[in-house]
Design a binder for this molecule. Structure first.
Ligand SMILES: [Fe+2]
Length: 255
């Protein structure tokens, strides 16, 4: 099966539209969404509505911004820009969007993989960024691979299947566009591996283009795709909504 994997949309409708139309053209069979539909961007409700429309084949989790917009977590933990945007997003959400988001959990254990917004042990808070965090979370996952978002960086962590004392036992790297990373199946199960598709609506790897990925569950390969969208339209919408100028500027820098 071919999955379209995406995360951290953050109310960026123009980027989301590009990603979903790419997935449609590629004829994905289903979607894995790693959380954060709202926050930062100017179209939270329209983004939730688009993703709600994928319902039949969608395997979604919610993110910390989604939870803050619902009032489940306290936005006072956020930086001032994020807090301002999430409080604004809260007012923009329709009843249908609130209902959809409130049914999601920040972690989901599927039959063939696991999805968590941040990490399996603290799915709404922790960022999976270091080898230490990866190792500490190993025992918290029943089925590999694990798909995460939250850091807005396309990257992977993988335990090396063959032990070699000369090299580290965990491989970690960012995933550049078009690079394919594969999970490995052993007699005892899938070798632990984490895939992060990067962010649709606010990438933070110095590349402004929307990031998403394709996961082939038969071959167990994961490939990152970057897509251009009309960033100026989104920046203008941010300004028109009265959201902080910084949120418009950072999009152009992929920060
Ligand atoms: Fe996020």
């Amino acid at each position: 099966m071919l999955y379209g994997v995406f995360s951290d949309v953050h109310g960026n409708l123009e980027a989301l539209t590009e990603v979903l139309s790419f997935f449609e053209k590629t004829r994905v069979d289903a979607y894995i969404f790693c959380g954060d539909l709202v926050g930062y961007g100017p179209d939270p409700d329209a983004c939730v509505a688009l993703v709600r429309g994928l319902r039949k084949s969608l395997i979604p989790v919610c993110g910390n911004h989604d939870q803050a917009a619902l009032g489940i977590i306290d936005p006072n933990w956020f930086n001032p820009y994020a807090r301002c945007a999430v409080m604004w997003s809260r007012k923009m959400l329709s009843e249908e969007s609130r209902t959809f988001l409130s049914r999601l959990h920040p972690r989901l254990d599927a039959k063939l993989f696991t999805v968590a917004h941040g990490t399996p042990r603290r799915p709404a808070e922790e960022y999976m960024l270091t080898v230490v965090q990866f190792k500490e979370n190993l025992s918290k996952v029943g089925v590999w691979p694990l798909f995460v978002g939250h850091s807005h960086m396309p990257l992977y962590f993988r335990v090396r299947a063959e032990h070699d004392p000369k090299v580290p036992d965990v491989e970690v790297d960012t995933i550049e566009e078009a690079r394919e990373v594969a999970a490995e199946r052993k007699p005892y199960g899938v070798v632990p591996i984490v895939f992060n598709p990067g962010s649709v609506g606010q990438p933070r790897d110095q590349d402004w283009r929307a990031s998403c990925a394709l996961y082939d569950s038969d071959l167990m390969t994961f490939r990152v795709v970057r897509l251009e969208y009309d960033i100026q339209v989104v920046q203008q919408k941010i300004r028109d909504a009265g959201l902080p100028e910084f949120l418009a500027l950072r999009l152009a820098f992929g920060q």
